[in-house]
Design a protein around this ligand. Structure first.
Ligand code: CP
Ligand code: NVA
Length: 304
């Protein structure tokens, strides 16, 4: 089974194939409108979602399939019954499932017991569908991905971890700056550095946002308080202050630097409205591309 749990599941040529398919899906959607005919795909989400849920539901429907949303209240993964039993049961009804869980361990446990395709729709550790789509967005804008400097400033969270793994796979130049103690996951960094030996990616993990942003072609940020950590928000706001993406920080990047954010954004926290709404910002283009790239991913995964 070709599950999609992490960008490390993809080879370099897979990224290329998925991006080519994305172009085709965008140009000629009619050609793909029966690809998922007769297929039922569950969306089992423990956390809220706007983009991931809607883009997948629309995408699945446009591909001729049927999406079934299952809220955490309904299923109560691991509470009403074990994760393994949920996976085994859903495998009898559905052909695929998109999972959004708190713990990454939950998606691994689910996948171990699943006879149907599993796609990671975000865990506390990774957000691969987001970042896959973001690489497509960057590629469309900048073309030569290896020639640019990408910077991520803020919490070393799920989005950041996936950016690191994807950059390692694609051989890119990524600079990450997070406050001390909020660096990306150690296991992720170790894995990325191993991959980078082969791909010649340059991955730098720093605590200095100004250094990370200097002459950047792409500046990415994400919320300081991810879902599930809401009670930490007050002190995180203090601790992360120097990592806010505002006009002053953006000035250190290249003039035509693209500003990216997976959204939802907390305006005035990790990103100032003046930057989020500026002409450098491509955040809604990112949101739009989720639909095309995820459709391409579904076509690609179900073809194999
Ligand atoms: N970027 C993203 O995944 O957004 P949602 O949490 O709204 O799905
Ligand atoms: N890091 C954020 C991403 C939301 C799409 C979170 O996990 O809440």
């Amino acid at each position: 089974m070709n599950h999609f749990l992490s960008l490390t599941n993809l080879a370099f040529k897979d990224f290329r194939e998925i991006f080519q398919l994305t172009e085709e899906v965008k140009k000629n959607p009619q050609r793909f409108n029966q690809v998922l005919a007769g297929k039922f795909i569950g969306l089992l989400f423990e956390k809220p979602s706007l983009r991931t849920r809607v883009s997948f539901e629309v995408g699945i429907t446009q591909l001729g399939g049927r999406a079934i949303y299952l809220s955490s209240q309904e299923v109560q993964l691991g509470k009403r019954e074990s994760i393994g039993d949920v996976a085994k049961t859903l495998s009898k009804y559905l052909q695929g499932v998109i999972l959004r869980t708190f713990s990454h361990q939950s998606i691994l446990e689910f996948t171990k017991n699943s006879q149907i395709l599993v796609i990671n729709g975000l865990t506390d550790l990774l957000h691969p569908v987001q970042v896959l789509s973001d690489f497509y967005t960057i590629y469309k804008r900048k073309k030569d991905l290896k020639a640019i400097k990408i910077s991520f400033v803020g919490d070393g969270n799920n989005v950041c971890n996936s950016l690191i793994l994807g950059s390692a796979k694609l051989g890119l130049n990524l600079w990450v700056a997070s406050p001390l103690g909020f660096e990306p996951d150690k296991g992720v960094i170790k894995k990325a550095l191993e991959i980078a030996k082969k791909t010649r990616a340059k991955i730098r993990i720093l605590n200095n946002p100004k250094l990370a942003v200097k002459s950047a072609d792409v500046l990415y940020t994400d919320v300081w308080t991810s879902m599930g950590k809401e009670e930490e928000r007050t002190w995180r706001r203090q601790l992360f202050k120097e990592f806010r993406v505002d006009k002053d920080l953006l000035r250190l990047a290249k003039k035509n630097c693209l500003v990216m954010h997976c959204l939802p954004a907390q305006r005035g926290e990790e990103i100032a409205s003046e930057v989020l709404d500026s002409k450098n910002s491509i955040v809604f283009e990112q949101a739009e591309n989720r639909l095309y790239v995820q459709k391409a991913l579904l076509v690609w995964l179900f073809r194999r």
